[in-house]
Design a protein around this ligand. Structure first.
Ligand SMILES: Cc1ncc(COP(=O)(O)O)c(C=O)c1O
Length: 362
């Protein structure tokens, strides 16, 4: 059976082995996973309670319109519920952008070394991907502006970007937005929004209030510690949301995830603690990497791209044998690098001592 054109060129997503399987194969029991930019503190206790309670109701379909979650999220963000769409992870919202707005042959702009899902969405919907070069480790918004043509439909920007951890600034964003015509949708993927503390980070919500064709995607997977629940959202003006809602499957966000997200929103202290643990972990890792003489990219997220003088695959395999799972990133154009998620203080120390052992400078 022949698939749609373009599908054969997609490499299937390479998920890591389950921790239990790695433990069994290597005969080690205390493996830590610093590979998927999850919150090492786990979810808020309020979310865990809500999950247990919601579990008793899973014989029922969820509220397909997520009425309460939308109300509460809207209040939290200072927007109207009609400006929100929920997804099975923010990935689904990115997919819905493609389903709603990308036709075969349309041009879609994103950067080299940007989050992989933009490439997937472009291919699945038959778009021609216009991939702009990076400026160092940062997405080059000026190059994106130059790449816009009459056929451009969507521009994807990850801010901050995964796997580089870099962000684009307010000034760069303003310059790009001044060049974007009205029939182009700009997607600001802000999965790591809550981790950023730089004053020159662009606040993109005003573009939506100004009626621009912008969609912001955010998630409960990262700072809210609910990656396994699969819940994220998009923010845009009501007509865009209304259009995307026509395409969305009615029960795309499950009942337990909705309950968990509502409870997580109520725990501002958990978010603050997660930010503090991340900031302290980042400082610790920078210092340790400096001491080891390793180069890395300064990150605005909860992960760091680290460079080596040999293959990242080799480093990550060797670390795995020491019970530390990190992510090789050759597929993003960094064959000699790995991406490590910032963990708890204990996890960060395990990573550093494992890395020292692997590099032979323990
Ligand atoms: C930049 C970026 N966007 C979106 C996502 C998707 O997150 P989720 O679908 O869990 O909301 C990720 C996950 O790693 C990411 O790094």
């Amino acid at each position: 059976m022949r698939p749609k054109p373009g599908i054969e060129t997609i490499q299937p997503y390479q998920g890591g082995k389950p921790i239990e399987e790695v433990q069994r194969e290597l005969g080690i029991s205390d493996i830590i996973k610093l590979a998927s930019n999850e919150n090492p503190l786990g979810p808020s206790p309020l979310a865990m309670d809500a999950i247990q309670e919601a579990a008793t109701q899973v014989n029922l379909y969820p509220d397909g319109n997520a009425y309460y979650l939308k109300q509460e999220l809207a209040a939290h963000l200072g927007v109207a519920p009609e400006q929100l769409i929920l997804g099975n992870g923010s990935n689904e919202v990115l997919q819905l952008v493609g389903e709603t707005y990308i036709s075969p042959g349309d041009r879609v702009i994103y950067s080299e070394s940007a989050f992989v899902v933009y490439m997937l969405v472009a291919k699945v919907f038959g778009a021609k991907a216009i991939i702009t070069p990076m400026d160092g480790y940062t997405q080059d918004l000026a190059a994106m502006a130059d790449a816009i043509t009459d056929q451009t439909r969507v521009i994807f920007i990850a801010n901050p970007n995964n796997p580089t951890g870099t962000m684009v600034t307010k000034t760069e964003t303003e310059k790009l937005m001044a060049c974007v015509p009205d029939d182009v949708l700009v997607v600001f993927d802000e999965a790591y929004y809550e981790y950023v503390d730089r004053p020159d980070y662009p606040q993109t919500l005003p573009y939506i209030h100004d009626g621009r064709n912008v969609i912001i995607t955010r998630t409960f997977s990262k700072i809210y510690g609910l990656a396994g629940m699969r819940i994220g959202y998009g923010l845009a003006k009501p007509d865009i949301i209304e259009t995307m809602n026509r395409v969305r499957q009615p029960f795309n966000c499950n009942l337990v995830a909705q309950a968990a997200a509502r409870a997580a929103l109520k725990d501002a202290e958990h978010v603050r603690r997660s930010q503090a643990v991340n900031a302290a972990g980042k400082a610790f890792l920078y210092e340790a990497l400096d001491q080891m003489g390793l180069e890395y990219v300064e990150s605005e997220g909860n992960f760091i791209l680290v460079h080596f003088d040999r293959a990242g695959d080799e480093i990550s395999d060797a670390l795995m044998r020491k019970g530390v799972i990190v992510r090789p990133v050759a597929g993003y154009g960094f064959p000699n690098s790995i991406r490590v998620t910032i963990g708890t203080p204990e996890e960060n120390e395990r990573f550093v001592s494992g890395l020292k052992a692997v590099l032979g400078n323990a």
